[in-house]
Write a protein that binds this ligand. Structure first.
Ligand code: GDP
Length: 531
């Protein structure tokens, strides 16, 4: 019974993230997805509202109605009998390892591009993480209502620069800046319906869509329609049809054109997500054995957050549910220590408020409070034991030595560094040469150092001094080769505390090349993407 229920609930879920460069429109799209879904979902249930209200009040109403719920880590969107969990990838300045880890907790990603800019730096970095983890990617070319590039040129850029084969599932009518509508190509090249958009004043929750057959569309759009038809014909010739196997393998990507701001094509994106993105499936444990979704509860911590509530200095662990049914009050086992973990105070954070989550299913995200004993990557389970493989650490590019400003607060210093390490705020490295008093902090983004400095001073009352080190890359090595590398200049070997890996830090890629050339055979393996 429970197994059947869990299977059905998992089947209704799609857990995904949006990867993009700042300003491509992630916030706008997120809001448009939520509002569009709510409009569709409530259309069947409630009768139409008389007056149009602003977006803000819609937001708040939706939160109250639980149609959607906002946590700082995940947005739940109810859509047409489905549950979409949109995990937040912190962007902008706080871009760091956190962002990458979120991608270990999703089953699909939407790559959001600005039609005028195409692939940008941060999108590329995030895409590399998706590729490494074989996360299927759906591409949404945004801002088609503004002047931008040619659609075929954008497809070409995706294929040439990242080797992802684009397979359009819709095609724009009207060049960027003169967006009339889209031809729905469908996934088998079968559908050819034209959807014409009409702007509704004041940024509507649901743009007016008018469906037409080819004849009416040709009449309405004239030359723009002809051009779209020519381009679609070309797509057929170059074999750009949707292909499920290569999409799921992360080798091809369904592409949609749209504009989040006026809500053009957002419904199509929701439908594509529901139809094509995979539902939560079984997950391999550290030995490679698959734990099916209907097995007893299991989940993995993918994000830790501290100090969300100033009044109670607490620590939250965000867990992506992998299998089973979660119920508040369950006592789980913390795989790393074998200790019980009570979930009486499981919460979801709604904006600034918190509400209690009672049940969750595979694909959902739950927030556990008082979670200081947990670390990023930890497994929690019920029933038969399971340990999921650690979430890979990403290649750090910034390194600094940390020292306690006040030697008398050394104990607090050690505790703080250990805690921040467990939360994954920064990677902590050490070596006999440098000693325990002077750990080396390694970060993907330099902002991570600022967070460490701030929290060490405020939370652990152990202010630190950071001295930047002149290294820019790290490679993995072995104990045998560490000795040999130790003797060379321009590099240094340290041990990562969290997993015991030996990392060799190198000044720059030219120095790395020299070492590799002069000492062939030394193990210096690249770490997972980052830059
Ligand atoms: P983020 O940094 O990726 O979250 O981007 P935002 O959602 O804040 O959007 C950046 C800017 O682009 C804002 O001024 C948006 O209003 C604008 N924008 C986003 N989507 C569209 C779109 O589809 N069309 C137009 N014209 N502007 C858009």
């Amino acid at each position: 019974m429970t197994g059947t229920e869990v299977l059905a609930e998992a089947g209704r879920r799609r857990t995904f993230a949006v990867i993009s460069h700042p300003d491509a429109g992630k916030s706008t799209l997120t809001e448009a997805l939520a509002l569009h879904a709510a409009a569709i979902t409530s259309a069947g249930a409630v009768h139409g509202k008389g007056d149009r209200r602003g977006v803000t009040s819609d937001w708040m109403d939706m939160e109250q109605a639980r149609g959607i719920s906002i946590t700082s880590a995940a947005l739940r969107i109810d859509y047409d009998g489905r549950v979409l969990n949109l995990l937040d990838t912190p962007g902008h300045a706080d871009f760091s390892e956190d962002t990458y880890r979120v991608l270990s907790a999703v089953d699909a990603a939407i790559m959001l591009l600005d039609s005028a800019k195409g692939l940008e730096a941060q999108t590329l970095k995030l895409f590399e993480v998706c590729r490494a983890r074989r996360v299927p990617v759906i591409t949404f070319v945004n801002k088609w209502d503004r002047p931008g590039r040619e659609p075929l040129e954008l497809l070409d850029e995706i294929e040439q620069r990242i080797g992802l084969r684009p397979t359009p599932v819709n095609w724009p009518v009207g060049i960027a800046g003169d967006f009339r509508g889209v031809v729905e190509l469908g996934t088998g090249g079968q559908g050819r319906e034209y959807v014409k958009y009409h702007r509704t004043p004041g940024g509507a929750t649901k743009a007016e869509e008018e469906r037409m057959d080819a004849e009416a569309a040709a009449e309405a759009e004239g030359r723009a329609w002809e051009q779209a038809q020519e381009e679609i014909e070309l797509l057929g010739e170059i074999g750009a049809q949707y292909d499920e196997a290569s999409f799921l393998a992360g080798e091809s990507s369904p592409v949609l054109f749209g504009a989040a701001l006026p809500n053009f094509g957002v419904g199509g994106l929701l439908d594509t997500l529901v139809d094509l993105a995979p539902a939560p499936g079984s997950k391999a444990d550290e030995k490679g054995a698959e734990r099916p979704v209907e097995a007893p509860f299991s989940g993995q911590v993918f994000k830790m957050q501290a100090g969300m509530d100033k009044a109670h200095r607490d620590r939250m662990a965000f867990v992506r549910v992998s299998s089973g049914r979660f119920e508040r009050g369950m006592v789980l086992t913390h795989a790393a220590t074998g200790r019980p973990f009570a979930t009486k105070y499981t919460q979801q954070v709604f904006g600034s408020e918190r509400t209690t989550v009672e049940t969750a299913f595979p694909g959902d995200v739950i927030a556990l409070v008082n979670a200081a004993a947990l670390s990023v990557g930890d497994t929690l389970y019920e029933g038969p034991k399971v340990v999921y493989p650690p979430i890979p650490s990403f290649a750090p590019e910034h390194f600094a030595v940390a020292r306690a400003k006040d030697a008398g607060r050394y104990k607090q210093f050690q505790r703080g560094i250990a805690q921040l390490d467990a939360e994954g705020v920064v990677q902590v490295l050490s070596s006999d040469v440098r000693g325990e008093q002077a750990p080396v902090l390694a970060a993907v983004g330099p902002l991570q150092f600022e967070v460490v400095q701030h929290r060490m001073a405020e939370e652990f009352k152990a202010p630190i001094e950071l001295a930047n080190l002149d290294y820019t890359l790290a490679r993995r090595t072995t104990a045998a080769d560490a000795e040999k590398l130790h003797a060379l200049s321009g590099c240094e070997v340290l041990r990562r505390r969290s997993d015991g890996e030996l990392l060799v830090l190198v000044h720059n890629k030219w120095r790395l090349r020299v070492i590799e050339r002069e000492h062939p055979g030394l193990v210096m393996e690249p770490l997972l993407a980052g830059g």
